[in-house]
Design a protein around this ligand. Sequence first.
Ligand code: PLP
Length: 296
Amino acid sequence: MSDQPDPPTSSAESTVPGRIVAVLGRGVVPATEPILRADDLGALRGDGIFETVHIRGGRPWMLREHLDRMSRSAARLELALPSPDALTDLVTTALAEWPPAVEGALRLVCTRGPETGGDVTVYATVTAIASTVLGSRRNGITVATASLGFAADARQRAPWLLGGAKTVSYAVNMASQRWAMAQGADDVLWVSADGYALEGPTSTLVWLTGSTLCTVPAEATGILAGTTARWLFDHATDVGFDTDERLTTPGALADADGVWFTSSVRGVVEIRAIDGVKMRNATDTERLRSLLGYGA
Ligand code: PLP
C-alpha cells in the first residue's frame, strides 16, 4: 500500500499544506525547483541513504534515533554524511513553516552527489500523511508473502547486500508492493528463501504470543532495525508486555494473538490476513497505538 502523500488540495479552505523542500546550505526552496544534478549518483545508481521521520505537534519524533541510524547507513555505504548538528538544523529549517496541527512525514535524504566527484547532496522534504495510511490505521491491512530469494542469515555474511542500511534504492520495495496490490493485497511480507518472515518493504513485523511482543532480530537477518518497533519494545514492559526477538514463519503467525506492521509513517497497523489466511483478531492494537502516541 502506498505511503505517498496525497496531492495538496487547491481549495482555499484546505488545511493540508503542500510539500516543503529544504536544501542543506540553501534553506527552503520552492517545492517544484530542481535540486539534483543530472549526474547525481543518487539518481543514476540509487546510491544514497534516507530517513523518514514522523512529525507530530510540528516537531520530529525520535530525530536522534533516526540520525543515529542514518550515520550507520552512511558508514555502510562509506558516504560522507554531514554532522548530526547540520542535519538537525536542516530539519528545523524545513519544519519552520509546517503547521503543528498537521501530522507529517519528513524525509531526510543524502545522495553521493555528482558522478565526477564533489559534495553529497542533502535535502529534506515534509508532507502530510497520506489518507491511505490513515485508513490503514483504522481498518488494518492484508498482506501477500513474497520471497526475497536469500536465506535469513545470508546478509550477515554479505556486507555488499547492505543489510540494515536505509538506502534510496527502494525500487525493489516499491515493485514488491505493486506486485502485492496486483494480487489484491495491501502490502507485502518479505520472506527468506528458507521460509522465515522478515519485514515489510517499508515496515517492521511485530506479533504477540500470549503476553510476549515479538519482532525479527535485525542484526542476524539484515532487515532494517525499525525505530518505531525499538521504541515500542523499550516501553512495552510499562504496559505489561514481555518482549523477545525471534524468527517465525508466515504459517505460525496465524496462531499469534496479534500481528502488526510498524513504521514511522504508519505507526502501528494490524495485519488482518496473510496470503488470504485470516489472522486472529488483535485486541491490543489501540493499546500499542496509544503507547506510540499515534492518532487513529
Ligand atoms: N523496514 C523497512 C524496509 C523500512 O523501509 C522501514 C521504514 O521505512 C521500516 C522497516 C520501519 O522503520 P521505522 O520504524 O524506523 O520507520
